[in-house]
Write a protein that binds this ligand. Sequence first.
Ligand code: NDP
Length: 294
Amino acid sequence: MAEIIDGKKISNQIQDEILLEVSDIKKNGGKIPHLAAILVGNDGASETYVAAKVKACEKIGFNSSLIRLPENTSEQELLNKVNELNNDKDVDGYIVQLPLPKNINEQNIIEAIAPEKDVDGFHPQNVGRMALNLPTYIPATPFGIIQLLERYNIETSGKHCVVVGRSNIVGSPMSILMARNSKIGNCTVTLTHSKTPNLKEHTLKADILIVALGKPEFVTADMVKNGVVVIDVGITRVKSEQTKSGFKLLGDVKYDEVFAKASFITPVPGGVGPMTIASLLINTLKASKKEVYK
Ligand code: NDP
């Protein structure tokens, strides 16, 4: 039976720690960290995510700004706004909420963000710094997973870590981080994706299994070995007759049966999800303290 990795609890702990640090900064007359977010259009999920980020900032005493732009914003108009934030001395870090409307090239926007303000950690310069194990902003979800492994004292050194999924925001950075020579790292890493034949052969060898493919309950008990540490990143909303809302959230792991074999497991919801906001706040604090770019 597994120990449940409680992301909500750890996220709250981190936010409490940041709150204390911000009170000290305020007492000493220092600069209050300021996170800005640009939201283009009216995508419901994006609105919810951005609102949660702004609320978290308020809760811990950061300054925050939400910049809303209409759905029909052109790429040039968004680039102008990005440029404005790059030059705004009061804004320490900012995010451009993805996905963007189809007429805007996301990569052009990501590359226009000043690396020192790129608290999402998506700029190629920051991704490169991560690969080189230099100080950087690690993207929120992978950073959240690292925090969970660290705070649950899970030994990673010398372990075999299998990552399922190679997206730029989760799987790929996760594989880089787990192979780095650092406290959480030093794993032998296998990165798998949709073209990997016999996936089960790989997952069965995992001491640490990080699953981010977006297919509900894809990983079943027969695919894991006893004692595995399971990090389930997937979140899919599916119809349910058991809930009032008519929906429930499922991870990429068949929780009950894998729980019985694992040593640690993240639930969905309440595992990796709540950590993303904590990670963003840590990155903003780092930006404000100029810890990454002096
Ligand atoms: P993407 O759709 O960008 O990537 C999915 C990856 O899974 C791809 O690399 C794909 O391979 C791989 N894949 C698909 N099918 C298989 C298969 N049968 N076997 C092995 N690999 C497969 O997803 P994201 O990384 O953005 O997200 C993954 C999940 O995590 C989603 O449910 C998302 O909602 C969730 N998520 C949760 C977050 C959180 O805060 N908890 C944050 C971000 C994401 P290929 O490259 O070959 O296509």
